[in-house]
Design a protein around this ligand. Structure first.
Ligand code: DC
Length: 224
């Protein structure tokens, strides 16, 4: 099995790029952020404070998060309910970033992620895939872009979905999540030593996709 770890900050384009690269190579795309989002959403729905382990952890066993892979990509279920769209609201993004700092939440999701990589050729996107989840991944990529560019991409995405978001708020959220994600004690966002750094600030989407596909082909030498 070939595993590709794709890490990077919020809004670097990881999911969009991973989805298309997976399609071109015939790999499974695993969006691990969705797992943290589902737990964050669950906490919000229960009225629990996502920052407080005492309010989050007692419900973890009952959270029942599962993934399904369809021709259209990954769907995520929370106790059997498809929450693939619900987890995308900005409140769920922030709640995900907050619950993801709780070490027990990370441990709870670890085996589910590793299991997928044992059984499939995967491109897995997240924050700690190359450093913690799959330290032996065949290919590691760290995708990044300037925060202002990432906020602009996220803003356009939200507007296209009919949201009334404003750019400054989106930028502040991107900066806050960057800070949270890279300063937490448990598995903080950081580039694995052996990861290839890909800065997408001035690249087109197709340019990034082609560069990533090429890099994976080179690294996995004939296995594809
Ligand atoms: O990739 P995303 O924006 O959907 O991720 C939502 C949050 O989940 C992000 O702010 C940090 C957390 N996360 C994480 O801690 N580790 C991962 N592997 C993926 C996401």
């Amino acid at each position: 099995m070939i595993s590709v770890a794709l890490d990077g900050p919020a809004g670097a384009g990881k999911s969009t790029i991973a989805r298309e690269v997976a399609r071109r190579l015939g790999f499974l795309h695993v969006d691990t952020g969705a797992l943290y989002r589902a737990i964050g959403l669950d906490a919000l729905r229960r009225g629990a404070d996502p920052a407080n382990p005492e309010e989050v952890l007692p419900f973890l066993e009952d959270t029942r998060v599962s993934l399904k892979f369809t021709g259209e990509g990954q769907r995520i279920y929370l106790r059997g309910e498809d929450v693939s769209e619900a987890i995308r609201i900005p409140q769920a993004s922030m709640a995900a970033s907050t619950v993801s700092a709780i070490p027990e939440v990370r441990t709870f999701l670890l085996e589910l992620q590793r299991e997928l990589a044992r059984n499939h050729n995967v491109i897995m996107d997240g924050r700690d895939i190359g450093t913690v989840v799959l330290p032996q991944a065949d290919v590691k990529i760290f995708l990044t872009a300037d925060p202002k560019e990432r906020a602009m991409r996220r803003y356009k995405e939200l507007v296209a979905k009919g949201s009334t978001a404003d750019y400054d708020t989106v930028l502040r959220e991107v900066q806050r999540r960057d800070y949270n994600d890279s300063h937490r004690a448990a598995a903080p966002l950081c580039q694995a030593e052996d990861a290839w750094l890909c800065d997408t600030t001035d690249l087109t989407l197709e340019g990034v996709i082609q560069a990533v596909v090429e890099h994976i082909r080179q690294k996995s030498e004939g296995a594809l």
